[in-house]
Design a protein around this ligand. Structure first.
Ligand SMILES: Cc1cc2nc3c(=O)[nH]c(=O)nc-3n(C[C@H](O)[C@H](O)[C@H](O)COP(=O)(O)OP(=O)(O)OC[C@H]3O[C@@H](n4cnc5c(N)ncnc54)[C@H](O)[C@@H]3O)c2cc1C
Length: 404
């Protein structure tokens, strides 16, 4: 049985509300509970959302899940992508590489799991130990200067010593405490649609990537009996804000960017149009001058979304949540804890946010010249920039040990 270590300056247990139960939220809840805090997690969905695309846990983030004792379970959930096949516009094969070549990951060490499997695993580590309020959301926050008065959508009113937002790219906590998303949102110039379809191609542990300048179509599958994941992304100077309000407009917009009759494009467009799990968004990051204000702080995508083009969003969420909890446990007050959290994590996050540019140049190069440069590297097996930078960024922080 786990025994709580004697932490010097252990603060009296404080009531903390965490908003969001995906990656950062349950990680934060786990460590805060372990350090003796009284934790409530509010999640707007009715349960932890399972399944989904595969994410990587690399470098410093792997140390976080190791310290949580989750490696055995995550190894079981490992999906082990073996190959990325790059295609010519006519669908013929250009080159096939190991994924680490593009991501800078370490084969045999990194974990690749479905986002929902990671969330399930993190949730299982805290279930029954902290309070979860599903199907609810923070409606209002009032920082009194001493604590935070919270009203939930359900009408419940509670008071917490601290509120920590781990509610993702479009964070509700950020909007309520720091202002509109537009102030912090950095559009990276692409939109994307993700959806699933039957695996009629029989793909196994492989991604196929088709490009023309500024556009990419990706099909990938993990295990033989898995659905196929389809992904269509396209560059556009201005974010298509109107499409957010209208699911039909989203489908029309994506379809209009993929008129080709080559490769599997027509099949993908039709599947996207008929999909009941279409996920449409812009590719963007969050950049904030400060991740805390008064008794409220943010972590994970809510504070510093890196975008899928960096491949490091989940890893950053794990590291950031771990450090935030550790600093709260070991600093004399929340203000110095928030400062120290940000000082420790910001450089690491910024290095990982910077990966998105090189990632975009691999996934969806904007010009034919960029496609040619990437293809040269693929054909001559020279390191892709994304791989070199990724290796440096994902291990750039030595994880502090708050229990030492
Ligand atoms: C298509 C795609 C591919 C990706 N690929 C990768 C990859 O390969 N590698 C990688 O590392 N990362 C990848 N990412 C990014 C990764 O998914 C995120 O960085 C990561 O999930 C961030 O975790 P988080 O816990 O901070 O936020 P999220 O996972 O976004 O979770 C936020 C949680 O808050 C909840 N929530 C939202 N609003 C409220 C509210 N008002 N009240 C209560 N709860 C709320 C949500 O329901 C959710 O459970 C990808 C993302 C996308 C979209």
């Amino acid at each position: 049985m786990y025994r709580r270590p004697p932490l010097r300056n252990r603060p009296a247990p404080r009531r903390i509300l965490v908003s969001g139960a995906s990656i950062a939220g349950p990680t934060l809840a786990y460590w805060l509970h372990r350090y003796g805090f009284d934790v409530t997690v509010v999640e707007k969905a009715s349960a932890i959302r399972g399944g989904g695309y595969a994410i990587d846990i690399r470098g410093t983030a792997r140390d976080v899940v190791d310290r949580m004792g989750l490696l055995p379970r995550l190894r079981e959930a490992h999906v082990n992508s073996e190959q990325i096949t790059f295609l010519h516009p006519d669908g013929s094969e250009l080159a096939a590489i190991r994924p680490e070549f593009a991501t800078g990951g370490a084969a045999g060490l990194d974990l690749e799991v479905r986002r929902g499997d990671l969330a399930d695993c993190l949730y299982a580590a805290v279930e029954g130990k902290v309070e979860f309020l599903f199907r609810d959301s923070i409606a209002t926050l009032h920082d009194t200067g001493e604590q935070v008065d919270v009203t939930f959508d359900s009408g419940i009113r509670r008071t917490f010593d601290l509120v920590l937002g781990a509610d993702g790219l479009h964070s509700n906590t950020r909007r309520l405490a720091f202002g509109p998303e537009e102030h912090y949102h950095r559009y990276l110039g692409y939109s994307f649609a993700g959806f699933t379809l039957p695996n009629t191609l029989g793909l196994v542990r492989e991604a196929q990537l088709w490009n023309v300048p500024g556009r990419a179509a990706v099909l990938y599958a993990h295990e033989p009996d898995d659905a196929l994941h389809g992904f269509l992304t396209f560059a556009q100077d201005e974010p298509p804000l109107d499409a957010f309000r209208d699911p039909h407009a989203q489908r029309d917009l994506v379809a209009a960017h993929f008129p080709e009759t080559r490769w599997q494009i027509p099949m993908m467009v039709e599947a996207m149009r008929n999909s009941d799990d279409l996920f449409f968004d812009v590719v963007s990051q969050i950049h904030m001058p400060s991740w805390s204000r008064g008794h409220i702080a943010l972590t994970g995508d809510a504070a510093h979304a890196t975008s899928f083009m960096s491949g490091q969003g989940s890893s950053c969420a794990l590291v950031s949540a771990y450090v935030l909890a550790g600093e709260l446990a070991t600093r004399p007050d929340h203000t110095t804890a928030f400062e120290s959290y940000e000082k420790t994590v910001r450089g690491f996050v910024e290095l990982n946010q910077a990966l998105a540019t090189a990632g975009g140049d691999v996934v969806a190069p904007r010009t034919q010249q960029q496609i040619d440069t990437r293809n040269e590297a693929l054909l001559h097996h020279t390191d892709l920039t994304s791989g070199q930078q990724g290796r440096e960024a994902n291990t750039a922080l030595a994880l502090p040990d708050y229990e030492a």
